[in-house]
Design a protein around this ligand. Sequence first.
Ligand SMILES: [Zn+2]
Length: 400
Amino acid sequence: MKRTYNEFIDNGLFVVSYYLKKDIQDITINDLKKTTDYFSNLAIKVLDNETLRNIVYTGYFSSQYEMSYRFMEKYYKTFEKRKNNVYKQYNNLLNNVSDDKYCICCGEKQVNINIEIGRNIIPDIVAGKFYNSANNLQMVDICPICCYLALLSIFNVIPIITKKGTIPSCVLYISDSNVVMKNITSKNMDLVLTQSLMNSIQIPKRQSLINITKDYNLPDFILNNISYITQVNFINNKNGSSIEKDIINNNKILFINKLSNTNNLEFFKKFYLYHALLDDKSMIKSIINQVNKYLEEGDIENMCDLIEKYEIPNKVKVLINKTFNMIMSANDEDALRKEIKLCDTIAKFEQFLLKNYEKSNQDLNEGEIYELTNYKYWNKYKYLLEWKLIREIKKNKGDK
Ligand SMILES: [Zn+2]
């Protein structure tokens, strides 16, 4: 089978691949049919745990996983009955592959128009995913195979378990790299099979994304070839349901790895810089906002260098260094920092530069001054200068 790059379907596919010990491209529909007994059994084994059952409410609402427990008192009193209910849904899908239409997920001509693909069959994975009830779609051209695999994605879900033992949200990972998918699946399946999912109290989800290369033993040599790892986080509670995604692209993956290899990851987390990194905001600005903490912290200059390297393009770096030398030759860093903080408009910033320019003995050409006061970028230059001042202040403090 081929990958669809849909997070739910692909996660199911890798779960099957793990169980059958077969590469995804070698898996056939007949292979899938041999897995329904095993997976329905496993599903109920996991979901009989009351806390873990919340995974179902969070992401697989209205599937037979959920039905088995909604009507547990009435129809599905025993393990066998619950299992059979899920087993029937699995088989109902796999035995009804047809060739009516092409599937919008996998592209194969195996849609069965007589199966209504709605909330009753596919994991009711909140609006905008497979199926958007707002569009009032009664039918979606998704084939039974994709539906089956999507249901199996539940085994690759990491529930965020709080200390109180609740599950506020669930996480699935997807990457373009098959090696990454394999590593993630094998570790997750290990947790499921050893029934230790409950013991894996999860740290905040964004931190787990930052830890991913370590937590899932992704070897250094493959990191270069990964385009992205996406963390899909789904929530369904009384405030509504939603899906959030955080993506780390290759640049970010390599940067995180560099931090990790140089033992800077703990500082990185201590300053909550992953929020800036994931949101494509400036980590430097984030440290400036925590300036007291920065000044009190021990030597984290190595991390700061790495961040500068990641964040400041070379051309900008040259200009900022030049400007920094210019202002420093006219003043001391404490006075400058007070002054620069007051520059809340482009005009004030320009005045600040010109005043120091006149006092200094350094050359900055007109074009450079013009560039520094570019209406689009002046704010960035301002905080980069402030950043350099702060680093200088810390350095001098250390030297004393
Ligand atoms: Zn399909």
